[in-house]
Design a protein around this ligand. Sequence first.
Ligand code: ADP
Ligand code: MG
Length: 700
Amino acid sequence: MSAVPQQPPLHETPVTDLKGVGPRNAERLAKIGVTTVQDVLFHLPLRYQDRTRVQEIGALRPGDQAVVEGQVQTTEIRFGRRRSLLVTLVDGSGSLTLRFFHFTAAQREALGSGVVLRCFGEVRKGPGGLEMIHPEYSREQEAEPGSLESSLTPIYPSTEGMHQLSWRGITDKALALLERQPERLPEWLPAQLLERYRLPELVPALRFLHRPPADASLELLFAGGHPAQQRLVFEELLAHRLSLGLLRRQRRRVAALALTGDGGLRRRLVQRLGYSLTAAQQRVGAEIAADLAAARPMMRLLQGDVGSGKTVVAALAALQALEAGAQVALMAPTELLSEQHFRTFRDWLEPLGLPVLWLTGRLKGRARSELLAELTKDLPAVVAGTQALFQQDVRFARLGLVIIDEQHRFGVHQRMALREKGERGRAVPHQLIMTATPIPRTLAMSAYADLDLSVIDELPSGRKPVATVVVPASRRQAVIERVRAACAEGRQAYWVCTLIEESEALQCEAAEARARQLAEQLPDLRIGLVHGRLKAADKAAAMQAFQARNLDLLVATTVIEVGVDVPNASLMIIENPERLGLAQLHQLRGRVGRGSTESHCVLMYQTPLSGNAQQRLAVLRESNDGFLIAQKDLELRGAGEVLGTRQTGEMQFRIADLVRDQALLDDVAAAADRLLQAHPERVPQLVKRWLGRRQQYINA
Ligand code: ADP
Ligand code: MG
């Protein structure tokens, strides 16, 4: 007996091993990422058609896709806007019109009255009742007996040049191979896990989804709720979670500077603040302090609603690093915000004798090289800036901590790259990432499972919620009066122009026009303008003037969205709020309500407003709770939008949907822990199966 050669697993078996898949098809498949037999098996149908039974015409509803059988009653050619052939089909339960725009004389002949037909097509409402346009049909005497399908017909997501029939052929071959040699597609989920969560095994689940039996529920399949689907969703979510877990483990093996200090600087800052820290600030402060004192790099996401006081928590973390003699990089998404941080930190830290630098885009030539030279000295300092902080020529002597503000949109890969950038010698800097866009907990745990999570779940006392009203643009005049009245009382206001679909240039023009117009209508007010196209110096000057109360009204684009802190501003007008997401609006609105006076926000929409937009604005009117708003945003817009990773494709799942499948996330988290404990050797296999080409940062 000769030894049977070991067959490679299906994820190493090229599609061309399947009979009938030649180089042409292989090329087409490769375009959509299908290169192995495993890929074929995991390429699941988008939906299904039921061709397993003949349905009664009388029971059809518009939208159904169905097989019907009946006798032709009448055939006529209609000369309307488009010439068409109309065939009436009756089956005793009702009648249905078959409509053909393209037909031959022979076809017309063959569809004469009395002929018995079997058709398949989509049912729609026509001018004279239900109809099918260009159905597939066969004359009954031609139809072979048993020509109905035995399983639901899968419709695959496709690519140019690949027809559904080809997909069915290819998946047939792959399923047959799987049938013969199931061991080539290993089950990585342990039996106890499957049992515990009542999940079917992999091979039967795949077979089911490619060829569901005639009695499978189309509705359940369409909703993604069938156990066979849930089984794959579970495995995919698990793989994602594990890949982030691997990142986390890998990080623990790297050295960081243990940032311990005597706490003296921190105590002095707290004494000088003029308020006491909230319990939540103290709690997350302690979490961060403990991380920094360890010789493993911290990777912590600090979430806190707008105005919850994240900046001072960041400053305390920075002081701990400075106490330990290290440098701190403070990164903000915009120049505007980096300048504000620079000023805030300077006000806090310079009295303590510590240097605060600002690497602004405005620094050129000599001034810039001097600042860069400063950073190469082994002296404690804080440097604020944008992503420019991590340009090639920026070198740090002893970077101990990187603080990233308002950057939850940073993906895993960017976070990793940034870490490598900061790497000097063997120690990597600690990272603190701050965001005011609250992400529902389970979602955060899945999307950011490589990070530890701290949440400031309390606002400083004395804050009054921002009273929000929703008004149509036709009330503009009244709104302008309101601005006049507020400013007359010594308060300040923002007027935000939004125009997201168009170019930034158009957005800036719109803001300029609005500022001119308001200046005419409100001649007594001092009005400033901030938008993305202004020179950095002009932008900064306007912001500073507003901060120093030398301006009453600041007209702006959404550049002021993040982080800007002017406590005396207590009124905000947002034009066309219907164009923005809820989280973004909440952010914008968070620019007011920072002081002790009652604040107001006016959402001035353009009519007519869609139902969804009405709902969204109502959420904002009724709530000031960022977490609740984020949850609603998630429901109304989907996870990709909320996490902001839609463009990067990072959180793209093949089968899972973070919103639809939210209920699984806790079980997935528990299962991930158990798998790491009991079967660590399966972890890389699972990750490879689901994230194969996307995990270049993981070298487990
Ligand atoms: P965010 O979390 O949105 O970044 P900030 O750090 O800008 O919020 O803080 C918002 C405002 O609240 C600032 O003016 C800050 O000085 C103030 N603040 C922060 N913590 C407290 C506190 N414990 N008590 C009172 N005011 C505070
Ligand atoms: Mg902030």
